[in-house]
Every structure is written in C-alpha cells, then in structure tokens.
Design a protein around this ligand. Sequence first.
Ligand code: ATP
Ligand code: MG
Length: 233
Amino acid sequence: MSGGGDRVLRARNLTKRYRQGEVWIDALKGFTYDFPPGVTAVVGPSGSGKTTLLNLLAGFDRPTAGEVFLAGHPLHALGEDERAGVRLTSAGFVFQSWNLLPTLSALENVAFPLLLKGIPRRERNERARALLAEVGLEHRSTHYPNQLSGGEQQRVAIARALALDPLVLFADEPTGNLDSAAGERVLELLLAQARGNRRVVLVTHDLEIAARAHRVLRLKDGRLVEIQGDDPT
Ligand SMILES: Nc1ncnc2c1ncn2[C@@H]1O[C@H](COP(=O)(O)OP(=O)(O)OP(=O)(O)O)[C@@H](O)[C@H]1O
Ligand SMILES: [Mg+2]
C-alpha cells in the first residue's frame, strides 16, 4: 500500500510546545508519519499528545516546528483562513461531544458545510437527506440536537463530516459518551468510511476499538513509540 506520496496526510518532525505561564510543555515531540489510506487509530495515556496531534494534522493549530500536509497543502506554512479553507474542503470531524449546532435541525446541520461551500439550497437539502439516510436517520431530519439521543447526534455528526466527501476524516473519542450498542453503531459507520483513498484518523482510549483499525499508533509523553499493523512507511 502506498504511504501517500500524494501528501494526503503526512507529518514530518511535528512538534508542539505549549507555554503555560513560566512552564513549557512539550506536548508533541518530532512526530513523523505518512498516513496510508484506511483507518489509523491513535492511542496513548491521557496527556500523551493525541488531541494535540489531531489539532495539528487538521490545521486547527500550528506546529512549533515540523511540517504537516493535508490534501497536499502545507498547513504549517498557511495562515488561519487558508487552513480553514483546506479543512472545509478536505477534512471531516467527529468529536466526543459538542458536535452539532444546537439551533439547527439535523438536516440543517448536515447541510451546513454545503452552505459554507455555496452549494444551492435544493442540492444541499437533497445531499443532506441522502447522508442522513446513510446513517439511518432520515426519520429524524427535523429534530434539533437536544431532541436526539447521544448516538443519534454522533450519527448526524458523521453525516455532516461526510457532506463534502473529505479525503480525511478525524475522530477524537467519538464513542466516548455512548453506551456500547450506540457506540458500536457509530464505530461501524466510521470504519465504513475508509473507502478508496480516504484516511480515517481515530483517537481512542479503547484498545478493543483500536484493534479494529488497520493500524495503531501509540503515543507516550508526546512521542510516537510504537506502530502496529500494516505500516507501509
Ligand atoms: N492549549 C494548551 N496549553 C497548554 N498545555 C496544553 C494545551 N493543550 C494540551 N496541553 C498539554 O499537552 C499535553 C498533551 O495534551 P493532549 O490534550 O494532547 O493529550 P491527550 O493525549 O489528548 O489526552 P486525553 O486522552 O486526556 O484526551 C498535556 O500535558 C496537556 O496538559
Ligand atoms: Mg485528548
């Protein structure tokens, strides 16, 4: 399997240092990895740098040093607005909570990225309906987030994350707030999105979940200390 000479998702010596008052925290130290297509789980103890890594890979934050490419774009060299543009068109996100906009219905939430992209209303709604159907929630399209169960909210979040057919799907503890049945359904939906050239990056504490990824990266104290699975690099 190619590791992605296409730079779909690639990090070189990625480093993040936070300053907390007088103290410096090395949250990520020289992370180098070329994410292949498929599902890559990221595991490690609390505070090991998993969310820091995800924020850098997705361009929410800029590295202190190192390079990161998303969909061929050098995020480390781009300003905030440019990174936001790359994110919109190339990445989708599912987090542990606070995924949905509370004042929008399920359908409007899913259609939101399409609105940002300037896609006409009729096409937006059609696309959003199809995506809701794909996650089994066509019958909940007019519900607001507070009228949905946690598992349903996560499925809406997955539908929204897929709205612009992203090359990379990022998930940070997406099943963390769910019971095992709802979590399983969300997990299966996420795993099923690793199609074609798409990368899914799944941060999880749960080693049983991680074992279902194509490969597992283990972080410890901000370092990548182990790679298990079909690592092509
Ligand atoms: N904005 C910030 N400012 C200062 N320090 C931070 C910041 N964000 C994270 N840290 C620190 O960086 C380290 C890594 O944090 P990170 O959130 O990446 O860990 P994590 O592996 O995601 O943990 P968890 O499993 O608990 O979510 C921690 O020591 C944390 O306290
Ligand atoms: Mg975290």
